[in-house]
Structures are given as structure tokens and as C-alpha cells.
Design a protein around this ligand. Sequence first.
Ligand code: PLP
Length: 334
Amino acid sequence: MARVPIDLRSDTLTQPTDGMRKAMATAEVGDDVYGEDPTVLALQERVAGLFGHEAALFTPTGSLANLLAVRSLVAPGQEVLCESSAHVARAELGAHGAVSGVTMRTWTSPRGQVDLAAISDLFAPDMGPFFVRTTAVSVENTHNFAGGAILPLADLEALRSWTSSVSVAVHLDGARIWNAHVATGTPLASYGAQADVLCVCFSKGLGAPVGSMLVGSEAAMTEARVWRKRLGAGMRQVGIVAAGAAYALEHHLERLAEDHQHARVLAEACGVDPAGVDTNIVVVHRPDAGAFVAAARDQGVLVSAVGPRTVRAVTHLGVSLADARRAAEVLAAL
Ligand SMILES: Cc1ncc(COP(=O)(O)O)c(C=O)c1O
């Protein structure tokens, strides 16, 4: 019988566990557009509290959470600054421009880091009819396309201090902030304090099938709630999926450390310095990314080409240590 492939394409590929399915099946629900779903309300309150903010709003996807977050900070015709391989710039298909009328300018950092000198060079104050005004900076922690790199808290604090001095807001794309928290021990509230609005995902390393959240002030969430409905994402008895997210937060947070360890096993095998692998994503530079991915697939290991010369492998709760070791052997041989 053919072996089941080891799927390292993304940490979004996890299957809900039996416990999670049970929690979802038995969730107490109500109409969330009416604000009456107790499971959603409880999760929003819990997550807002974890990050030290007033309120939170459940969304189906991280992309929608980011869209609502950025538009809550940046008006049409204004700009957000972000790193050039940030998910908001690269993988949200131009939504911030197409839907919110927001423009973007970028700085480039190989590990997706905050580069305060570059950011302050890009910054444009309000100059009336002459230049697009910068009203927010967006950072991503951990940084997906930079190989799950962590942004150090000190850098985020420095950014926060500078942005405050020029009245610019901060958006944190924390789709994988959980990984940064577990890898560094930094309290979630310390990350929360560095942003006006942040987005978190339950459907990545935490392993829920669906669900993200934006977190911020009561006023921002009230407005985002209107835009969520306007964009067609007002959900009704969505406590069924929020229960999966709540279960994931309760049961799958601390285990992210295992994914980080498995990523280091892969890194070593692929000749990537494990010290540079902060969390659950390993990026391998290959001149022949497409061919490498195809050869790995033929041997039962699924990885993805995220650029012509860039291969990505991601560990998650569906990948055991034995899987990581077997995948490491295959990748090393290639
Ligand atoms: C850093 C980051 N932000 C946002 C998203 C968007 O999440 P979703 O796929 O739920 O829209 C992703 C998805 O992988 C991501 O990696």
C-alpha cells in the first residue's frame, strides 16, 4: 500500500482532531450578526483580554481580518508601509487597494524585520495635495515568507515609540503570533501593546479548520463589524467554528514548540542553519525550486515553491517527529 504523503506545504492543512470536532458539534450558538452567539462572544472577549485590548472580532479568514484592520487605520488615498514580502502586500491579491483604496510602499528585509531607518525614510507626513500620506505601518510576526522569522519585541517597541512620535498607527499581522509567543516566551499582551490593531489566526499552527480575529479598540471593532457585514462576511450560528478555534487555543498552543523542534530537524537535513529557523517554517533556496518540489513529491514529501528559487516546508500538528525525520531523509537526499 502506498504511504500517505507527509504534507509540509502549509500549517493550514491540518485536520480537526476528534476533540475539536466534538467541541464544535456541541457548541452553544446564536445569530452572530445579532451579536448573540455566546461561543463567539466568549472567544472574542478571551482573545481581546490575552492581547490587552478592549475588543475583538471573529472573521472567517486572516485576509479579511487584515483587510478590516488596515482599513480601520488607513483612509482611502492614504498609505500603509510594510515589508516587501509581507502577506498583506504579496498574498492578499491587492485587496487593500482594490477594496479599501489604500496604497502601499515597502521596505525590504531578507528576514522580514522592522527596519526603522528604512521606514522613517519612507514616511510621508500630511503634505496636502502633494504626497500620499502615511497613516500606518504594518508588520508581520512571525513572518511567513521570511521563513517564520520572529520580530524581536525590542524592535517592535522601537517602532511603536517612533510611530507614536509621528502619529502613525501600527497594524500587526499576527497570523502566527502564537508561534512567536511560544518560541520566545514573550507574553501575548506585550505583543498586543505594540499595535493599534492586530490580526490573529486559529487556522494556521493552532489547527482549527476556520477562523481568525482582529483585536483592537471597541470603536475600531464596532466599525469593522459594519464593514465585515458590508463585505458579506456577517456570519450567523458561527459559534460552531468559533468552538474549533477556542479548542485550538486551549489545547494546541503549547504544542507549537514541537513544530519548532521538527522544523529544526528539517533545516539541519536541508543544510539550512537551524539557528536561523525561529519557528515552524523552513525556507530553502534552490535554483530549481519547481523541480525540487516535484522530486520530493515523487518520494512522498509535499513541500511548496513560494518563488522560482524558494522552497518552503512547514511543520504542524499533522507532522510527527517520525514524519519530520522521514521527510528530512528525503529532502537531504535531494
Ligand atoms: C502571515 C499571514 N497573514 C495572513 C494570512 C491570511 O490568512 P487566510 O488564509 O486565513 O486568509 C496568512 C495565510 O497564510 C498568513 O500567512
